[in-house]
Design a protein around this ligand. Structure first.
Ligand code: AMP
Ligand code: GLY
Length: 421
């Protein structure tokens, strides 16, 4: 079959890498892709948030299956466009993508589903929000309702910080995303991510992961999109995963179906775990980036079969076959990220690195300039390895990093510390 993947990051390189290994895949297109993806697939220059353009491309190129990577095209209804044209698609409708695109919607679903999560208030004006903040006090969490590229959440340790966040959001600091605000109880515990596929009715767990959101070692520095990840996440034990499935995920999927907006695709379930109990922090309607890289490394080619089963409504009785192993990915970013950084610096040393089912450098932000591989984003490479233990995966990943010649790049040296301590 011919397959189209939408997106251009390390997540999409990992998806393309897994899909390519499956003999069902004949031609693989990725739009828009990057320099690493271009090595294994045909890249297409396409506005992936434009449903008509994507559907037109898929039709013209006899694409049988589309996998949507990022949240923006999902929230924009690209999956709806494709399905209306009869094209099999992995990813939720715009209505179901509200589980990521609106924090207030997710809280409403949790209420209806009885899913454990932080207590909250939902506000459309600053005055009521300020009054609520004063009543509850700090620490407290202020969230812009809409999509804000990972920047719409302020974990406020003081009341003043929280009040400033409310003023900023209602003052337009987050654009449309901040027109409504959710204020939440601060939850303590350890965070981990649980990934499931759903076909609208059935749910299949496909793995757990933890990422590292801060830029620097010791979880210091500014928040980023994620500086590294590993799978499995030891804190997410089988018992906690079972509790998350029965108390949070299954009731959410049932509530979405009951409303006539069934959820089909991957659901990224962000959990806060304390005293053996999971509570929902957030849903994302896509794979995490870089969590996808470690999941794909552990799932391999079967990832395509499972995504097809989800899209075709065949998940009942489906199983993910796991090798009993560990994977880690370390993000190499451009110096300065997540603030200002340079583009266009040459990256060397990748030619000599292995590309196997145990070791892969996924590209997140690269391009070719006059025959040279250069950095073209904040997060640039995802150096990923598997091992019999997390320590072995870690050693392999950092060995590869030692061989990469990119003076303008940096990475954290402590990915996995929680699980390895
Ligand atoms: P979100 O975009 O909802 O995942 O929020 C980003 C990050 O903020 C999460 O990964 C948590 O680290 C933190 N966070 C969000 N909500 C809460 C909460 N209610 N309590 C504590 N931390 C939170
Ligand atoms: N790594 C966090 C995310 O993809 O949202």
């Amino acid at each position: 079959m011919n397959i189209l993947i939408l997106g251009s990051g390390g997540r999409e390189h990992a998806l393309a890498w897994a899909v390519m290994q499956n003999p069902k895949c004949d031609r693989l297109f990725v739009a828009p892709g990057n320099a690493g993806i271009a090595g294994i697939a045909e890249c297409a220059d396409l506005d992936i948030n434009d449903g008509a353009a994507v559907t037109g491309f898929a039709t013209d190129n006899a694409v049988d299956f589309v996998i949507i990577g990022p949240e923006a095209p999902l929230a924009a209804g690209v999956a709806d466009n494709l399905r209306a044209a009869g094209i099999l698609t992995f990813g939720p409708s715009a209505a179901a993508a509200r589980l990521e695109a609106s924090k207030a919607f997710t809280k409403e679903i949790c209420d209806a589903a009885g899913a454990p999560t932080a207590a909250y208030g939902h506000f459309t004006d600053a005055q009521a929000a300020r009054a609520y903040l004063r009543e509850k006090g700090a620490p407290i969490v202020v969230k812009a309702d809409g999509l804000a590229a990972g920047k719409g959440v302020i974990v406020a340790m003081t009341e003043d910080e929280a009040l400033a966040a409310v003023d900023d959001m209602f003052g337009g600091g987050f654009g449309e995303a901040g027109a409504e605000v959710v204020i939440e109880e601060f939850m303590e515990g350890e965070e981990a991510s649980f990934f499931v596929l759903s076909d609208g009715q059935n749910v299949l767990p496909i793995g757990t992961a933890q990422d590292h959101k801060r830029a620097f070692d010791g979880d210091e520095g500014p928040n980023t999109g994620g500086m590294g990840a590993y799978s499995p996440a030891p804190v997410l034990t089988d018992a906690i995963a079972e509790a998350a499935l029965s108390q949070i995920v299954a009731p959410t999927i049932a509530e979405m179906a009951r409303r006539g907006t069934p959820y089909q695709g991957v659901l990224y379930v962000g959990l806060m775990i304390r005293d053996g109990q999971p509570r929902l922090v957030e849903y994302n309607v896509r794979f995490g980036d870089p969590e996808c890289q470690v999941l794909m490394m552990r799932l391999g080619a079967q990832a395509l079969d499972l995504m097809l089963a989800a899209a075709e409504g065949r998940l009942e009785g489906a199983r993910a076959e796991w090798a009993d192993d560990h994977a880690m990915t370390v993000v190499m970013a451009a110096r300065g990220y997540p603030g200002a950084y340079q583009k266009g610096n040459e990256i060397g040393g990748l030619e000599d690195l292995p590309e196997t089912s145990r070791e892969m450098v996924f590209h997140a932000g690269t391009t070719m300039e006059e025959g040279r591989l250069v950095a073209n984003g904040g997060r640039v490479l995802n150096v990923t390895a598997r091992g019999a233990s997390l320590a072995e995966a870690r050693a392999r990943a950092y060995d590869m990093i030692d061989q990469i010649d990119w003076p303008e790049g940096f990475c954290r040296s402590d990915i996995g510390w929680r699980a390895l301590r």
